[in-house]
Design a binder for this molecule. Structure first.
Ligand code: BGC
Length: 412
């Protein structure tokens, strides 16, 4: 037992980030982003989105499509300027169920895009003349806001025949194949950009957009380029990695890629916790469970037996819940430190001003206390940040869909 307690303490220690480490992470993130912007070698990107910030006056009815995690969502949205927006219809389907799977190498680009087109068809209510904005949440190469080509899949999606292709081109072909030739894809954007657009449209003057759902990423408005820049923050290689982080990476579909995401994204926090538990409980294997189950275990909605398939002692349960909470806390702190890095870049020599950070994703929406841990980590990342400088985390549900409609409005 004494050994277990000692190991437990070491494990907890490995997951803790103190002020100095947060500060280092923030500086490193800022430098890496500035390298990417200047075209130097960098683990971050500075992908041009060709989209600026909306005025909040954009109006019209658009189709919005959101694909980037476990679900595909299509909606018809009316933007009403100062009066906000209305989501008129919404259809969401998982990419994977007991009957089908559109995520693996055994499916095809045509099958995947036909599946997406049928969801659009249901949300549009037939072949009607709508402009469509597509929130496609993977790394893309873009030369205008209208379309982009996939650089590489992430989040364990591995469908062949999509990398290098025009995404709105593939969507348009599928829409035509499914009798929907009157729907016109006019904009393609990342979910972080959509989150930022949606937040600004709703009068929250943010400069940074973050998604922490299945995956993780950040974008920000770069005044020098007069456009939003997608950092593909998942790829950041800084930050303290533990042995367990390395194991999660090695066992993933794309080892060596998206390492920062594997410490923050919901697709991986469950895996990280599972690997940590194998050490903590000294067992060779534990059946897989989702990040949602992990959270339900901590909130008391599920028992240890429900999630792990076996019982543990009360002492072990206390320890494993503490380790799981540490996994969530570390993810939130890393987001805070990275945000501070970008806020520092934007402020330059000036003092930081009060501002919002737009965030969407299950980590902030479902896990208790995460927004305040992020805000706290922003402040702890900089010893010089005056006590009163308020950084507000603005959770932004439906940002990916609202942002797609706003992008469509900006592109017509
Ligand atoms: C993708 C990003 C995306 C993020 C959040 C990452 O895996 O590369 O483009 O924004 O997930 O969905």
């Amino acid at each position: 037992m004494a050994d277990m307690i000692k190991d437990f303490k070491t494990m907890q220690q490995e997951l803790k980030l103190d002020g100095t480490e947060l500060c280092r992470l923030a500086q490193d993130f800022r430098q890496t982003a500035e390298d990417a912007l200047a075209g130097r070698d960098s683990s971050l990107s500075a992908l041009h989105t060709y989209l600026g910030l909306p005025t909040g006056q954009e109006t019209g009815t658009f189709m919005a499509l959101d694909f980037g995690g476990t679900n595909v969502r299509a909606s018809r949205i009316t933007l009403k300027g100062a009066d906000g927006f209305t989501i008129e219809t919404k259809v969401a389907k998982p990419l994977r169920s007991d009957d089908y799977d559109y995520t693996t190498s055994s499916t095809t680009a045509e099958a995947l895009f036909d599946f997406i087109a049928r969801i659009v068809k249901e949300a549009a209510g037939g072949n009607k003349a709508y402009k469509l904005g597509f929130t496609f949440s993977f790394a893309v190469n873009q030369t205008s806001a209208k379309d982009a080509s996939l650089i590489a899949w992430s989040k364990e999606i591995d469908v062949p025949g999509v990398a290098g292709k025009s995404i709105n081109g593939l969507l348009k072909e599928a829409l035509v194949r499914n009798g929907m030739d009157r729907i016109e894809p006019v904009a393609l954007l990342n979910d972080t950009t959509a989150t930022l657009l949606s937040s600004v449209y709703q009068h929250n003057p943010a400069q940074i957009g973050i998604v922490c759902g299945t995956g993780f990423n950040m974008c920000y408005y770069e005044p020098a380029l007069k456009m939003i820049v997608n950092l593909e923050a998942a790829g950041f290689t800084g930050g303290p990695r533990t042995e367990c982080d390395r194991r999660v990476d090695e066992e993933s579909q794309q080892p060596g890629d998206h390492c920062f995401e594997k410490m923050i994204g919901g697709r991986y926090l469950n895996e990280l916790f599972r690997v940590i538990l194998m050490d903590y409980l000294d067992c060779d294997d534990i059946p897989r469970f989702t990040t949602r189950c992990m959270n339900e275990l901590f909130s008391g909605e599920k028992t240890v037996r429900d999630v792990l398939g076996f019982d543990v002692t009360p002492e072990q349960k206390e320890g494993l819940c503490a380790l799981g909470q540490d996994v969530f806390t570390r993810a939130a702190q890393m987001i805070g430190a990275a945000s501070f890095g970008i806020l520092g870049h934007l402020a330059g020599e000036e003092e930081l001003k009060e501002q919002a950070i737009a965030i969407e994703g299950s980590l902030v929406e479902k896990i208790a206390g995460v927004p305040s841990v992020i805000e706290g980590a922003v402040c702890r990342s900089c010893m010089g940040l005056s006590e009163g400088t308020p950084i507000h985390i603005v959770p932004n549900s439906h940002g990916a869909s609202i942002g797609a409609a706003i992008a469509a409005a900006l592109c017509v």
